[in-house]
Design a protein around this ligand. Structure first.
Ligand SMILES: [Zn+2]
Length: 328
C-alpha cells in the first residue's frame, strides 16, 4: 500500500448504521474538501447500502476537478470487521453484511486500494492524527451515541487485542445490579450512559410519577424523549433531567476510572452525539472520574471532547489511508 500512495487526497467512506457519508479528504491535514450524505433504511440490507454509498461516491467523483488524484480509500464501518482481509463480520443494524468482503468489492469498483476498520477504532485514529489526540501517544476514545463503543491507541498505534475486541468499553460492567444490556449482561456502561439509556432513565423516572418539563419538551410523548431532550431540560433547570444527567455522567466517570487503571492514557476523548453536550457532560464526568480513579491518575489524565463529531467517521476513514502511508 505504501508504494501506491502518491497524492494526499483520499476517498473516505462512513457506513454508520443507517447513515452513510462519503467525502474527499486530504489525509495529511484532515481537511474535508467535499462530502455527501444520505440515510438508508435497514430494510435495504447490505447490498442496498453499498449501492447507496456508490451513488454518493459517483456524485463526488463526477464533481472532482481535473488534476485531483485519489491515492486510496478508507472505510469506517459500524460493526466488527476483519481488517486484514477487508471483510465485514456483521452489522449491528442492517442484515446481509455477514462475512461480506467489502474492501475487495469496493476496490474492484473504484480501482483504488481500500482499507477498512471498525468505526470506533477508525475515529480513534482520526482523533489521534487530526483532532483532540494530536501530540499524544496513548489515548482512549469513547463514542457515546445510541450505544457506547471505543478505541484504544497505545504508543501511537491502534490496539486491537487478541480477538479484535479491545476498546469495547460499552460492555464493561460498572454496576452488576444495573439494568439489562443488549449483550445479555447487567449494568454495562452502555446500559447506563448511552444515548438510549439516558433517554430510558428519564422515561423510567417520569413513569414513577416524578414531575418534569421533559414530557412537554417531547411533545407529550414520553417515547419521543431523547438524550438531547434530557440535556436540554437539564440546562433549563429541570430537576429530574439534571439527576439523570448526573447519574449517567457518574457512571461514565467510574468506567473511565477503571479503564485508566489499565491503560494509563494521557487523554480520554469523548465523542458521539451525546458528547455534543460538551461541558454539561464533561464536567460531571471529570468529577466522578476524580472520585473513583487511582489518585495519581486522577490528577493526570485529561478528559476532553472529540474535535470532530459529525465528521468523525470521514476523518477516521481518512486516517486509515494516512496510517498506511506512514513509514513503519
Ligand atoms: Zn453489555
Amino acid at each position: 500500500m505504501t508504494d501506491t500512495i502518491r497524492g494526499s487526497l483520499c476517498l473516505a467512506l462512513d457506513f454508520g448504521g443507517t447513515k452513510l457519508a462519503a467525502g474527499i479528504v486530504d489525509w495529511q491535514s484532515g481537511r474535508v474538501l467535499r462530502e455527501a450524505r444520505c440515510r438508508t433504511g435497514e430494510a435495504s440490507g447490505a447490498e442496498g447500502q453499498i449501492a447507496d454509498m456508490l451513488g454518493l461516491v459517483d456524485g463526488l467523483l463526477a464533481a472532482m476537478p481535473a488534476g485531483e488524484v485519489l491515492s486510496g480509500a478508507g472505510v469506517s464501518f459500524g460493526g466488527p470487521v476483519d481488517t486484514a482481509s477487508g471483510t465485514v463480520l456483521q452489522s449491528h443494524h442492517v442484515p446481509g453484511w455477514e462475512n461480506l468482503p467489502l474492501a475487495s468489492r469496493l476496490s474492484c469498483r473504484l480501482g483504488l486500494p481500500v482499507l477498512i476498520e471498525n468505526d470506533a477504532n477508525a475515529v480513534a485514529l482520526g482523533e489521534l492524527y487530526y483532532g483532540a489526540g494530536k501530540g499524544v501517544e496513548d489515548l482512549v476514545y469513547i463514542t457515546i451515541s445510541t450505544g457506547i463503543g471505543g478505541g484504544v491507541i497505545l504508543g501511537g498505534k491502534l490496539y486491537r487485542g487478541n480477538h479484535g475486541l479491545a476498546g469495547e468499553v460499552g460492555h464493561m460492567v460498572v454496576r452488576p445490579d444495573g439494568p439489562l444490556c443488549t449483550c445479555g449482561n447487567h449494568g454495562c456502561l452502555e446500559a447506563l450512559a448511552s444515548g438510549l439509556s439516558i433517554a430510558r432513565r428519564a422515561q423510567e423516572a417520569l413513569a414513577s410519577g416524578q414531575s418534569s418539563q421533559l414530557l412537554a419538551l417531547a411533545g407529550g410523548d414520553a417515547q419521543a424523549i431523547t438524550a438531547e431532550t434530557v440535556f436540554r431540560a437539564a440546562r433549563s433547570g429541570d430537576g429530574l433531567a439534571q439527576k439523570v444527567v448526573a447519574e449517567a455522567a457518574a457512571d461514565l466517570g467510574l468506567g473511565i476510572a477503571m479503564l485508566c487503571s489499565i491503560v494509563d492514557p494521557a487523554r480520554v476523548i469523548l465523542g458521539g452525539g451525546v458528547a455534543k453536550a460538551g461541558e454539561q457532560l464533561l464536567a460531571p464526568v471529570r468529577e466522578s472520574f476524580r472520585r473513583y480513579a487511582f489518585p495519581m491518575l486522577a490528577e493526570r489524565v485529561e478528559i476532553v471532547r472529540a474535535a470532530a463529531i459529525d465528521e468523525g467517521g470521514l476523518l477516521g476513514a481518512a486516517a486509515l489511508v494516512a496510517r498506511a502511508a506512514m513509514p513503519g
